[in-house]
Design a protein around this ligand. Structure first.
Ligand code: URA
Length: 226
């Protein structure tokens, strides 16, 4: 692979920017200052360093973000702040996209990847990845409503698939669903005459927020996901 392509793929900068970094002598290949962006390197063997830091080439990258409220799940938007603005500098943004969507006011676990195939697979209606949400409710919820949520409710002409609902206290629940219809959790609670006043996704497949702070990002491995 050409050195400039490698550096771009590692998220160091655009083609033009990495060319400049090479001419500024900031890139080394096996200990020697790189001269030309056209130089061919073997990404599996050669040791490429930028400002003395070894670069690791990974075709696909996976990150989890503990999304803050107030950000929309989009790559760019003319009006709103997007989740991409929550990502620190070390996250490689090239071709990165969120998997699925959390509402602007929803917090919690959002997976982001440049692996388009995986993104597509996880979003497919056939994928049935379990997602668990913690929801605080406007009014108390009864056992009967919990049962209804589990069996399936009508959210505007669509009957939701069987789900798991667990009451934490009179106005707090954990709801695990295997699908991802638009505003699904909010609509499910409306279907049982309640209202979500706070929503946070705490689990997505095998992924859990654990100690990830609000707004924090962590790189993960594909095997961690499902
Ligand atoms: N369900 C919702 O209603 N909102 C979300 O953000 C996610 C699931």
């Amino acid at each position: 692979m050409r050195l400039d392509k490698f550096l771009v793929e590692c998220g160091i900068g655009s083609r033009r920017e990495v060319k400049k970094l090479i001419s500024d002598k900031l890139v080394t290949v096996n200990g020697n200052i790189a001269i030309s962006p056209k130089e061919n390197i073997d990404e599996n063997i050669d040791e490429i360093k930028y400002k003395g830091k070894q670069l690791e080439y990974k075709e696909f990258r996976y990150y989890i973000l503990n999304k803050k409220a107030g950000y929309i799940t989009a790559i760019e938007d003319p009006r709103d702040k997007t989740v991409m603005e929550l990502l620190p500098e070390w996250v490689i943004k090239k071709d990165l996209a969120p998997v699925g969507r959390l509402d602007k006011d929803t917090e919690g676990l959002l997976l982001l990847t440049n692996d388009g195939q995986l993104n597509h697979r996880l979003l497919s209606p056939k994928s049935h990845v379990e997602k668990t949400y913690y929801a605080e409710l406007e009014t108390e919820i009864g056992e009967n409503e919990i049962l209804k949520l589990e069996e399936g409710v009508d959210i505007g002409g669509y009957i939701t698939m069987p789900a798991k609902a667990e009451k934490i206290d009179s106005q707090k629940i954990l709801l695990t669903i295997k699908e991802g219809k638009f505003h699904q959790v909010k609509k499910m609670l409306e279907a049982v005459n309640n209202k979500v006043i706070y929503l946070k996704r705490v689990k997505f497949g095998k992924l859990e927020l654990n100690s990830l702070e609000l707004g924090e990002v962590k790189e993960i491995k594909i095997d961690d996901i499902v």
